[in-house]
Structures are given as C-alpha cells and as structure tokens.
Design a binder for this molecule. Structure first.
Ligand code: 5GP
Ligand code: ZN
Length: 113
C-alpha cells in the first residue's frame, strides 16, 4: 500500500533498525521504545489490523506468533518475560494502520492490562 508508513519501511523507503526479515515478516525496533526492548513485528502483506485478517492469513499469523519467542531469545528476554500487544482501532490507540505486534520486555511491566 503506497500511503502506509510500515509498507514504506518494508520497502526500505523509510529507514529502520531491522532485527529480522524473511519473505513474509519484518521485525524492527520501535522508534519510541517504552521499555529497554521494544520491537515491532509486522506481516509484509498490508493488513490494517486483526479485523482485516482472513482464513487465508492463518499461516502468516501463526508464523508471526512463532517467530516472536525466537526473537525474544535473540534479544535476551525469553526468560525474564515479555509482552505481545496488538492495538486494533481507535479505542486501543492504534496509530499506524498496518497490523503490527509490539514485543516489549527488558523491565517489569507497569501494568498488566
Ligand atoms: P500503535 O499505537 O499503532 O500500536 O503503535 C505504532 C508504533 O509505531 C508506536 O509504538 C510508534 O513508536 C511506532 N512508530 C511510529 N512511526 C515509526 C517509524 O517511523 N519507525 C519506527 N521504527 N517505529 C515507528
Ligand atoms: Zn502497510
């Protein structure tokens, strides 16, 4: 999608600190981290949010869920613990309308909502 920030990051039109990339998934550092480790994991396919996901996206979403614990090992927070957050829509505070999963760790979470 041409007018999407994260699609531009995928296409390297906007720079980012990439941690992991394969043909379907990209992981990069959040530009405004809320914890010592704050990564964003996104499908390269433009999906607005989880509401936009369809049955055909099952393996893509499963792939992302299975990549996240591996990334947690890589960045050293698998044992200390981490949060996975996907904000969907205005009430959740979603700002970037390209489905993304926040992987947050490296310190005790302030809340457990
Ligand atoms: P949301 O509120 O949509 O779930 O979160 C969007 C996230 O994207 C925020 O945590 C924000 O800091 C991050 N973000 C926004 N613009 C950029 C950018 O240009 N580069 C990177 N790496 N992260 C961004
Ligand atoms: Zn996009």
């Amino acid at each position: 999608m041409t007018d999407c920030l994260f699609c531009k990051i995928i296409n390297k039109e906007i720079p980012s600190e990439i941690i992991y990339e394969d043909q379907a998934v990209l992981c990069f550092k959040d530009i405004n981290p809320v914890a010592p480790v704050h990564l964003l994991i996104i499908p390269k396919k433009h999906l607005r949010d989880l509401n936009s996901a369809e049955q055909a996206d099952q393996s893509l979403l499963g792939r992302i869920l299975l990549i996240m614990p591996k990334l947690a090992v890589e960045v050293g927070i698998a044992q200390s613990g981490y949060r996975v957050v996907a904000n969907n829509g205005p009430d959740a505070g979603q700002i970037v309308e390209h489905l993304h999963f926040h992987l947050i760790g490296g310190q005790m979470s302030a809340d457990f909502a």
